[in-house]
Design a protein around this ligand. Structure first.
Ligand SMILES: Cc1cc2nc3c(=O)[nH]c(=O)nc-3n(C[C@H](O)[C@H](O)[C@H](O)COP(=O)(O)O)c2cc1C
Length: 331
């Protein structure tokens, strides 16, 4: 459809869904100065003869130099060159200051550390609206074994290693191992902080369990502990009551149910703060969307495998309203 009235922002966003690499194109001007800019419009054109293209914004301050020069070099940036990409995307600065680089045809600057580099002779130039399309014949190229920097929807991205490229030994690829190890490592800092407060592993479990739902009898709690292969004793409970962290309340059905005291609640909220911090630091290695995706996929597995579980362990009950975890999140 031909339409000149569409919203430029929406058009740009739609174009941004085309994922590209990132390049820096360099040349030398007739004044003997080095010029370069970041460009993601690079593409391959022909294998024989070897040709590539990129498009140059007519408003770029270096536009007259590129259109007037006989040679240019295209550097395909590596994952760790985001800062360099930003440097070359900024007009009016000395982009080459303190950079170590070599020289190619016609003295054009050749940057280091990229994943591939093409030295080209400018062969054709085409009008392209507010851009000029520059086609170059490749005179020489180098290819280094470095992962590329990726650009998508206006932001830098990194390629994720596919499972085939990174296959751990059989046991380490087992879902149970991955869940268990991730869970253990996520909890490590929380356990260490609680250990410094003189709390044992069983205290840690009890704190977690009660934070999701108070008001259980000892028998009910024991059942939940048994389910994960742990043993909760009367002595453990008495210890907490003696410390003033838990209290027993008589219900109308004569059962004695376990609740936090105010001090216990304070401790539970502290635990939740440690837990939130541990979560944030564990997820630092993921993009926001990746972290959301991870949680979504784990929730799916939990739901799928949990339908026959005792009530407490079912996902919908873990996330019931009024539990402390929810309160802490809403703070
Ligand atoms: C990821 C990215 C891709 C870019 N792609 C292009 C491009 O293909 N062509 C272009 O002319 N400018 C592109 N730019 C913008 C230029 O790098 C920017 O305008 C630069 O400041 C121009 O430098 P100059 O004014 O010193 O010539 C891109 C910028 C970024 C961050």
């Amino acid at each position: 459809m031909h339409n000149n009235n569409f919203d430029p922002k929406q058009f740009r966003q739609a174009l941004g869904s085309f994922t590209t690499g990132v390049t820096i194109v360099t040349t030398q001007g007739p004044d003997g100065q080095d010029y370069g800019l970041t460009a993601n419009s690079f593409n391959s054109v022909s294998l024989d003869p070897p040709m590539v293209l990129w498009s140059l914004n007519k408003d770029a301050s270096s536009a007259p130099v590129f259109t007037g020069s006989k040679h240019f070099a295209v550097h395909i940036l590596a994952t760790d060159q985001e800062t360099l990409s930003n440097r070359f995307a900024k007009s009016g600065t000395d982009k080459f200051a303190n950079l170590s680089f070599g020289r190619g045809h016609d003295n054009i600057p050749l940057l280091e550390g990229c994943s591939a580099r093409f030295e080209c002779r400018t062969t054709y130039q085409y009008e392209g609206g507010d851009h000029i399309i520059l086609v170059g014949e490749v005179l020489a190229f180098e290819h280094f074994d470095k992962a590329p920097l990726v650009f998508h929807s206006g932001g830098y991205r990194r390629l994720q290693q596919s499972a085939e490229q990174h296959t751990p030994p059989y046991g380490e690829n087992w879902l149970g191992f991955l869940f268990g190890r991730a869970y253990y490592q996520l909890q490590l800092s929380i356990r260490q902080q609680l250990a410094a407060m003189d709390m044992q592993n069983i205290d840690f479990e009890l704190l977690g369990m009660l934070s999701f739902s108070e008001g259980r009898t000892l028998a009910e709690l024991r059942q939940l502990f048994e389910f994960v292969g742990k043993d909760l004793t009367q002595a453990n409970l008495d210890n907490w009551i003696a410390k003033g962290l838990l209290t027993l309340r008589q219900h109308s059905d004569e059962s004695e149910r376990i609740y936090f005291t105010q001090a216990g609640q304070h401790l539970a909220v502290q635990w939740l703060t440690f837990a939130k911090a541990a979560e944030m630091s564990a997820l630092e290695c993921l993009e926001f969307e990746e972290a959301q995706q991870l949680k979504l996929l784990l929730s799916k597995v939990i739901q799928h495998t949990g339908s026959a579980l005792p009530e407490h362990w079912r996902k919908e009950n873990i996330w019931q309203e009024n539990n402390l975890w929810q309160q802490a999140e809403g703070r």
